[in-house]
Structure formats: C-alpha cells, structure tokens
Design a protein around this ligand. Sequence first.
Ligand code: HEC
Ligand code: HEC
Ligand code: HEC
Ligand code: HEC
Ligand code: HEC
Length: 399
Amino acid sequence: MKVSILLIAVLTTAQLLFAAEAAPELDPKYHDSSKCKSCHARIVKEWSGSYHAKSHFKNDEYLRASMKYYARKTRKPINAVKVECAACHNPRVAVTSTDVNYQIDVLMGLDKNSDVNKAVQDSALSEGVNCLVCHNVDAIKDNLPPEKRGVHRIKWNPVGIMSGPIEDAKSPYHKTQYRDFFGKDPKHLCFVCHANDRSSENFLFANTRKEYKDTKKQCADCHMSPKKEGFASNLPIDNGKPKKRMVREHGFVGAHTNWLWEDALGIKAKRKGESFIVTLSNENPHNIPTGFGARELILDVVYRSGSKVIETKSISLTQHYTDKRGKPTIPHLAKKATKDLSVPARGKKTLKVPMVNGAGQVTFELYYRLVNNEVRSLLKLKEPQWSEKKFITRTTVRL
Ligand code: HEC
Ligand code: HEC
Ligand code: HEC
Ligand code: HEC
Ligand code: HEC
C-alpha cells in the first residue's frame, strides 16, 4: 500500500516536472501567417509552399490516415491522438495531454464541450508549424529527457514578441528578441522536433539527431537556403527603403520536393565474378532516408543485350514494422522493425546484385518513395504522391 502511494506521489511529481507549458492564446493581431504578410511577403509565400504549412491533419492525407489508424488500434479517442501528435505537428495546441478522465468523458458522450475538443478545433492550429510556432519560442528546455520533444521542450514567449536571428531588429508591429537558436545555431531549433520519435510500444523509429554527423553545417543551409543578401521585412525602415540583411529562404524543402532528391546519393557499380557490387554513398550529415519511417529507396536494375531488355529486377530498401502481435503495422504502432537499410550519414552502403547471363549492359537506377507498399495499403492512401518514384541517380556498366 505504502509503496503504491509513494509511486503515485513520484509519478505525480514527475508529471508536474515534465508537464508541457501550453502556448498562450493568440490574439487576433498575431493569429496566423496572414497577419505577417504585409511586411514579410516573401517569407510568408515561401513558407506557404512547405510541408511545415501542411503539418495539420487536414492538409496531409498520410498524417490524417495514420492518426485514424492509430486511434482505432490503440482504442484511444481520436481527439486524444490529435493532442498527442500535436506536440510537434501543431505545437500551439492549448491542451498538451489527455488522461483517463477524458477517455471516460468521451465514453459518456460528454466530450463535445470539453477543453480538449475546443483545443483541437482551434483555427490557430490549422497552419501547423507556422511563424507563430518557431518565432514565439523563448527558450528550449535542454535539461529534459531526450524523448520530450515539440511543445514539451518549449518555453513560450508572451504573445507579441518575435524571437529571431537579427540582434538589432526593430518592428513597429511587434517586439523582437535575438536568440542563439536562430542566429548562431539554428539546428538547435530544428532538433526540438526533428530528433527522435517513438511508437506506442516505445520503439524508436526516427533518430535524426543521433545520426547527425556535422557540427558546422546547418539544417537551414540545405533545407532553407545559404545566407544571402535580401531583407527580413519589406517595410521601408531604412531611409525610405527596406533594410538590407543577410537572410535565408523559408521553403523548408524536403522529401516532398523532387529537385532536392536529384543526386542526393551517389551510386557506383562494379562487376565481381557472377555479381555486381553496388555502392550507395551519402555525403549528407544525416542518414537517407532520415526522419519518418516507412520511406523507401528503390534500386531498379535493367539488363540489356544490345538494345533489348532481357531482364529487370527491383530491390527495395525499406523497413517493415510489426505490432505486438507480430502483424504488419505503421511506424507509430511498431513493437519491432526489420533491419535499418538507410544509407548512413557521411557513409556508404553496399549491395550485391546478381549477374544475368547474356547481358551486355546493365543500368542501375536509384529512386525514392515516400511510403512503402505495405504502409500505403494498410492506410489505403489515395494521393499519387505517396507511391510516385522520385529519381535520385543512375549508373551503367558495360560488359
Ligand atoms: C520551422 C521554423 C520556422 C518557421 C515555421 C518560420 N521560420 Fe522564420 N526563421 C527560422 C529560422 C531558423 C531563421 C533564421 C535563419 C538563419 O538566419 O540562419 C528564420 C528567420 C526569419 C526572419 C529573419 C530574416 C531571415 O530570413 O533570416 C524573419 C523575418 C522570419 N524568419 C519570419 C518568419 C515568418 C513571417 C514566418 C511565417 C511565414 C516564419 N518566419 C516561419 C525558422 C522558422
Ligand atoms: C507592420 C509591419 C510588420 C508586421 C505586420 C510584422 N512584422 Fe515582423 N518585422 C517587421 C520589421 C520592420 C522587422 C525588422 C526588420 C529588420 O530590422 O530588418 C521585423 C522583424 C521580424 C522578425 C525578426 C526578429 C529578430 O530579432 O530577428 C521576426 C521573426 C518577425 N518579424 C516575425 C513576424 C511575424 C511572425 C509576424 C506576423 C505575426 C510579423 N513579424 C508581422 C515588421 C512587421
Ligand atoms: C515544432 C516542430 C518543428 C520544428 C521546430 C521544425 N520542424 Fe520541420 N517538420 C515538423 C513536422 C511536424 C514536419 C512534418 C510535416 C508533415 O509532413 O505533415 C516537418 C517537416 C520538415 C521537413 C520535410 C519537408 C518535406 O517536404 O518532406 C523538413 C526538410 C524540415 N521539417 C526541416 C526543418 C528545419 C530545417 C527546421 C529548423 C529550422 C525545422 N524543420 C524545425 C516539425 C518541426
Ligand atoms: C548537406 C545538406 C543537408 C543538411 C545540412 C541537412 N539535410 Fe536534411 N536532407 C538533405 C537531403 C539531400 C535530403 C533528401 C532529399 C529530401 O528529402 O528532399 C534530406 C532529407 C531530410 C528530411 C526528409 C526526410 C523524409 O524522408 O521525410 C528531413 C526531415 C531532414 N532532411 C531534416 C534535416 C535536419 C533536421 C537537419 C539538421 C539537423 C538536416 N536535415 C540537415 C540534405 C541535408
Ligand atoms: C516528436 C515530434 C513528433 C510527434 C510527437 C509526432 N510527429 Fe509526426 N513527424 C514529425 C516530424 C519531425 C516529421 C517530419 C519528418 C520527415 O519528414 O521525415 C513527421 C512526419 C510525419 C508523417 C509523414 C508525413 C508526410 O507528409 O510524409 C506522418 C504520417 C506522421 N508524422 C504521423 C504522426 C502521428 C500519427 C503522430 C501521433 C501519433 C505524430 N506524427 C507525432 C514529428 C513528430
């Protein structure tokens, strides 16, 4: 008895210590990116095309389908799942965790007017990871355990203070404040959400922070742009002209953008006896794929005799996830996965591909797919982008 009381006391203290601080409610002046447009036109436009702007379940079929599937399999109310995923996908959510009492409310049909229901419907969330997420961070709580991410790792600014990379910024619309996690070391901000992620079974299926092999290169150099001359605001604050600043683009280009894939990996092939040794090389500072599970690299091998194709093979490099009953599942419910086949950061992966008799020329083509066949069919994803093959690189061996 004493032990369990003690345990409850310990758990409650732990919960208090680690409880996330919900973001303060936004007033209409700073409600969403449309309020920033008149003075930060370029940035708003660039960001609108990014997947940060689509990280709300309404705007991403894969996310929406994963949430529904997760709710069904864990028997959690869908709103509880929305709150859980919001930690990184919609960190401005007003409720940061749900408990058993909420599940009882749902069973009793008392959910409609609950704080949880109001929080997940809030229109301030519909833009996902927007300006008011990143630029309202006051501090990153780095003394917390590594699995505390997103909203659980953020200390928020009061509404109306924008943190950023410029030490002497002055705006007539809002207060500004310099922070090192924008200016000196912006990857620190990225790691708030892009670090590690665990399934309901505590299985680690994403680990970008641990993979990262670079101290100099910023995520922003590749996923925003190198720093270049421009202006932070188009407002004419410098003798009737916008003030010149060194800035970056806000496109956050990633796995959904085909051009970034071209030559993202290198490929070499060499004949060795009755096989080919194919080497994939990765110059990037994180594994490829990194981040979200169920991504796929595909190596298509075409054997030709003269101009005639005599055989083709397709080799899939992806992870397959199984749940606690050993059945195929999605990353967020995984108990186990097959071997990680990603190409390591600043490293290589070699594959052995068989020779085919009579072939005079063999072409190796490397592609990328956002969602592997297994997870696509479990979630019944319909949009063509999830199955589309994005070209990375190719090489040919003549025999
Ligand atoms: C995912 C986080 C993130 C989001 C979302 C985001 N920004 Fe930024 N922003 C940054 C980072 C990081 C920098 C600093 C880049 C650097 O200088 O290295 C930055 C820089 C800026 C700057 C300084 C000028 C520049 O380009 O460096 C302004 C102004 C700005 N952001 C406004 C906005 C606005 C407006 C939005 C919404 C449309 C927005 N940001 C969305 C991360 C973000
Ligand atoms: C009326 C014009 C105006 C509006 C509206 C506006 N800003 Fe600004 N903002 C500025 C000016 C001017 C600067 C300073 C630019 C400079 O010094 O080069 C600035 C600077 C910034 C910075 C850089 C701060 C730093 O210290 O690095 C951020 C971030 C920012 N704004 C975000 C936002 C966001 C988010 C919104 C929408 C909620 C917004 N701004 C709305 C005019 C505006
Ligand atoms: C508040 C959490 C959060 C922060 C901070 C954050 N991201 Fe993200 N990022 C996300 C989420 C969530 C997604 C997935 C959105 C989706 O696909 O629905 C994402 C997606 C991405 C993608 C993939 C885009 C694509 O098209 O596949 C890139 C690249 C990216 N972020 C880069 C960055 C960089 C660089 C930084 C730091 C400047 C950063 N992120 C900071 C949450 C965050
Ligand atoms: C040297 C350039 C480079 C740097 C630096 C870099 N990346 Fe990437 N990243 C890439 C390339 C290339 C890809 C693969 C192409 C793509 O996904 O569009 C990629 C893919 C990604 C993706 C998409 C993965 C997926 O399958 O959804 C995310 C998320 C991402 N990077 C986050 C980060 C973060 C966070 C950092 C910093 C800690 C970072 N990257 C630093 C080049 C870079
Ligand atoms: C720890 C932060 C975090 C939490 C919590 C989180 N995500 Fe994510 N999620 C991310 C990041 C970062 C990305 C982008 C990584 C990438 O592109 O590889 C992402 C990407 C995704 C994607 C891929 C979207 C696309 O367009 O390809 C899906 C699906 C997804 N998350 C589902 C979920 C679900 C379902 C939950 C809740 C059960 C959840 N996530 C909770 C950080 C998080």
